[in-house]
Design a binder for this molecule. Structure first.
Ligand SMILES: [Zn+2]
Length: 388
């Protein structure tokens, strides 16, 4: 079903009259004498708009009619006024027409076929059966597209006979009953299409080829155009401004700023490691007694990683076996370490604790650790351990 009112993408308002209403799940599908609503097809989303000030909730074609879903039923003789969201429609038409243009250019130059087209809010892509694609090809494509926008080639809609169309398109593409609708871009492209388009290339404003990607069937070429491109630049500028302000650098020096932060962080981590070693030594000085008894200690303000490092330090540097329990935010983490020249099995002791208090973890006979929830019973039990 061809609706010629859709040939003009700027026709966004229409006075018409009701022809049919069907109720479905307490909502009402309305058919009108004419419509300016585009109904999703060819990868192009439906129009957004209102009828007599009420939002259109859905659109569909059925039994040769185009139906518009409204919450309330319109009266039979009520005058009908349709209005489409022009901003949404124009953006869709720009993206769709850009797809025609890129497909036509790459098809003409490299003889590649368009395999798929994907539109999203942020960026669109077209997949071609390329066996290779390069930065140079992407940049040439962008220059060519924008040159044709400057030339402002006309984008025109035609309704040719089958004989006329057969001069431009393959015979098998003409085997359907509908009237033929053709979209031409100057003399560059001749394409059977039922979607909506801008009237000439200047309405695309600008095309940016944002990248490309290998797929299993070829290459995806990514692009943004017109209003979408301007929105994208605006959104990225906001993010860049924020990041640049945080790092106190200009946009073009953001990477320098990021590397400075990374290097500062590395230096800070090196200092933390030095101070940790000093605190381990102080801890050992304070708590490691001269005898060879097991060192058991409960920490309430140490992180899990540091407790593990301390256990290692005590076992390896001080030749002292230990059981260390870290308690933080109602969680527990126990580390059992056995000094090289001492007896015992760290993993066996950990398993006893794990079975009794539902801890998760593991290790080997010289070092075992793990954690779970914390209870007074666990703390008391750990404090009572005499040997590994
Ligand atoms: Zn089209």
């Amino acid at each position: 079903m061809i609706n010629k009112l859709l040939d003009d993408c700027f026709q966004c308002e229409l006075h018409t009259s009701l022809s049919d209403v069907i109720e479905e799940h307490s909502l009402y599908w309305h058919a009108f004498k004419e419509t300016i609503f585009f109904m999703e097809k060819g990868g192009m989303a439906s129009d957004i708009g209102v009828i007599n000030g009420k939002n259109v909730l859905g659109l569909r074609e059925r039994n040769g009619k185009q139906w518009h879903l409204l919450e309330e039923k319109l009266d039979e003789n009520e005058p009908v006024f349709m209005s489409i969201n022009l901003h949404e429609r124009f953006r869709k038409c720009q993206i769709h027409t850009t797809q025609h243009l890129i497909s036509a250019l790459l098809g003409n130059i490299y003889k590649v076929k368009t395999l798929s087209h994907h539109v999203s809010d942020d960026e669109n892509d077209i997949e071609f059966d390329f066996d290779h694609f390069t930065d140079k090809m992407a940049s040439e494509l962008m220059v060519l597209c924008n040159g044709l926008i400057r030339d402002d080639l006309e984008v025109s809609i035609h309704y040719p006979t089958r004989t006329e169309a057969a001069l431009h398109v393959k015979e098998e593409d003409l085997h359907h009953e509908d009237e033929l609708r053709v979209v031409r871009i100057g003399n560059l492209d001749y394409n059977l299409c039922g979607c909506m388009h801008v009237p000439s290339l200047r309405y695309l404003q600008m095309i940016y080829i944002s990248g490309y990607e290998k797929t299993t069937r070829g290459y995806k070429v990514k692009y943004l155009c017109g209003d979408q491109l301007l929105d994208g630049v605006d959104r990225r500028y906001h993010v860049l401004n924020e990041a640049a302000q945080t790092l106190a650098v200009s946009h073009l020096y953001l990477n320098t700023g990021i590397h400075r932060v990374i290097n500062d962080q590395k230096a800070a981590m090196r200092e933390v490691a030095v101070w940790k070693q000093k605190s381990f030594a102080l801890f050992a000085q304070q708590f490691v007694k001269k005898d060879d008894s097991l060192l058991v200690h409960v920490f309430e303000d140490w992180d899990v990683k540091s407790v593990g490092q301390l256990a290692s330090y005590l076992a390896n540097q001080c030749q002292r076996s230990c059981v260390l329990l870290a308690v933080l935010n109602e969680k527990s983490h126990v580390v059992i370490a056995r000094a090289k020249d001492q007896s015992g099995d760290a993993l066996r002791l950990f398993r006893t604790l794990a079975d009794r208090f539902g801890l998760q973890g593991g290790g080997n006979e010289t070092m075992a650790q793990g954690g779970g929830s914390c209870s007074d019973e666990l703390v008391q039990y750990v404090k009572s351990i005499q040997k590994i």
